[in-house]
Ligand binder design. Structure first.
Ligand SMILES: [Zn+2]
Ligand SMILES: [Zn+2]
Length: 165
């Protein structure tokens, strides 16, 4: 059994706020980093007609092969189980090609989602693949984009030309 700690590689203990140290019970890869905490969720009570708040714990893991997985729940165990289930879906997603089936879903920064398992990845797409080219030099880029809502146009700048237009 490995332990995990906030913001650290798996191998130590994760500290959910107010919950004390928690030892991970799933065999996360050693390269995985994790962060955790609690967030207050407002629950609308239809019967009473008012709002009550309830604290939910969350755990965010960054394992190899997936940019980001979040699990939520009332206990650290539930959070980890939720994240683990998602991670298994990520690992078992590939159709033998060893990769996800990415789609940009409107993201312009090169990030994408897998349309099979739903995992989120950053730096999936190059500018060329998204048809985003620097308006100065014509190089494919996702570095910076400007949207002119009035004109309905979007233009892109590479890192070099964003810094020195
Ligand atoms: Zn996938
Ligand atoms: Zn450029």
């Amino acid at each position: 059994m490995r332990e995990i700690m906030t913001g650290q590689d798996i191998g130590t203990t994760i500290d959910f706020r107010g919950q004390g140290p928690y030892e991970a019970r799933h065999p996360w890869p050693i390269e995985t980093s994790v962060s955790s905490g609690s967030s207050v969720v407002l629950i609308h009570n239809a019967k009473e007609g008012d709002r009550t708040s309830c604290t939910t714990l969350f755990m965010e893991v960054y394992p190899p092969g997936a940019a980001f997985i979040r699990g939520e729940g009332v206990t650290p165990e539930v959070c980890e189980d939720a994240a683990w289930v998602k991670y298994q879906r990520v690992l078992n997603c590939a159709d033998g090609s060893g990769s996800h089936k990415w789609e940009a879903r409107g993201y312009r920064n090169g990030a994408g989602f897998c349309c099979r398992c739903g995992t989120f990845g950053s730096q999936i797409f190059a500018g060329e693949q998204l048809d985003h080219f620097c308006r100065v030099c014509g190089t494919g880029t996702t570095y910076h984009c400007d949207t002119d809502k009035a004109a309905g146009t979007t233009t892109f700048l590479c890192e070099e030309h964003y810094k020195t237009p």
